[in-house]
Design a protein around this ligand. Structure first.
Ligand SMILES: [Mn+2]
Length: 341
């Protein structure tokens, strides 16, 4: 029996979108445990598992079910060490009546999730389109004097008005020297003339995420920064060009890193080239340095090289792409031109 505790995995396997559930996937039946807040919702959403509405505690109820299965013979319980808490494991051990064989296996469901089917791709295309349109609006109102938090609030508002369930992560608006922090939180700092602004945003639409970064300059940009932007864009294009089914993800990362090295910017590129995207904003595969995972048709990944100079600022360009037999195809459509506003 497979014990599934991670909600995105439960959603993927059953369609259940509530915030509390456990799933047991057995040889001849699947059982979803959730509580009384979700009685009607589970009835509507779930067809691939029996739904057990629980009054006392999901774990206790699930353990009861495990005991019943155990009575029919030895039970091997497959679990994910990365997602099952010590407390959950102890509670199951205490109530299951002993001699449960625990089998540790991470990423079983995540590996199924990595390659998207046609329905998932259509949702992801829409989520990417939505955030691309929001960025086009941002270009129209972005100006010195607005605080980073003002801009982030506008972006979040506009994505929801466009139909998103919400942002897929905390929207990043980082200006001036703060743009050198790859994951800066929007602050009360006002945007000022003659500085870089990194905008990293994504929307959740019909459960699937988008994730897109653009970098703009407020005012007339110095040549040096324009050259850096061109280098990051060339690195992104090289990584996209390397993408095809069967290639090691580390080679895609190396393609981006190689371009930045040629421009003397290898040391300023301080993170991996990208990550898988889907029900979660970070999922398999990671486009990391030296990683030998192979890309497959249908995988959706971000391609997001960046350079970060302390005191000066950062530049990152990020798109979502799907792996096709003919290479990478962009899902995000916003212009990659370097805007001087
Ligand atoms: Mn990203």
């Amino acid at each position: 029996v497979l014990l599934v505790t991670h909600l995105p995995n439960i959603f993927y396997l059953t369609g259940f979108s509530g915030s509390a559930a456990l799933l047991l996937v057995g040889p001849d039946r699947n059982v979803l445990f959730t509580d009384t807040r979700y009685t009607f919702q589970a009835r509507q959403e779930v067809s691939s598992a029996r739904v057990r509405i629980v009054r006392r505690g999901l774990l206790r109820e699930a353990t009861g079910a495990i005991r019943k299965i155990r009575r029919r013979g030895a039970l091997r319980l497959i679990y994910s060490p990365a997602q099952t808490t010590v407390a959950q494991k102890q509670a199951i051990e205490a109530h299951a009546g002993g001699r449960l064989r625990w089998i540790a296996a991470d990423n079983l469901v995540e590996r199924l999730r990595a390659a998207k089917d046609a329905d998932e791709l259509s949702r992801m295309r829409d989520a990417a389109e939505l955030i691309s349109n929001v960025f086009a609006q941002t270009l129209e109102f972005l100006r010195p004097g607005l605080r980073e938090t003002d801009v982030a609030a506008e972006i979040d508002y506009r994505m929801r008005k466009a139909g998103a369930a919400g942002p897929s992560f905390e929207t990043i608006v980082a200006s001036g020297p703060r743009s050198a922090w790859p994951h800066a939180r929007p602050s009360a700092k006002p945007l000022t003339k003659n500085e870089l602004v990194v905008l990293d945003q994504g929307a959740i639409l019909r459960a699937y995420c988008s994730d897109m970064t653009r970098t703009v300059f407020l005012g007339r940009c110095p040549k040096k920064i324009r050259r850096m932007y061109a280098a990051v864009l060339a690195a992104q294009e090289a990584a996209k060009a390397a993408i095809r089914p069967g290639i090691e993800v580390g080679k895609v990362d190396a393609a981006a890193r190689g371009v930045l090295k040629k421009h003397g910017l290898a040391q300023q590129f301080t993170h991996s080239t990208g990550h898988g995207l889907g029900l979660e904003v970070h999922e398999m595969p990671r486009l990391g340095r030296g990683d030998s995972t192979l890309l497959e048709t249908g995988m959706v990944v971000t391609v997001e090289p960046g350079v970060y100079v302390e005191g000066l600022g950062g530049i990152r360009i990020e798109d979502d792409v799907v792996v096709t037999p003919h290479g990478a195809q962009d899902l995000t459509t916003a212009s990659r031109e370097f805007f001087e506003l």
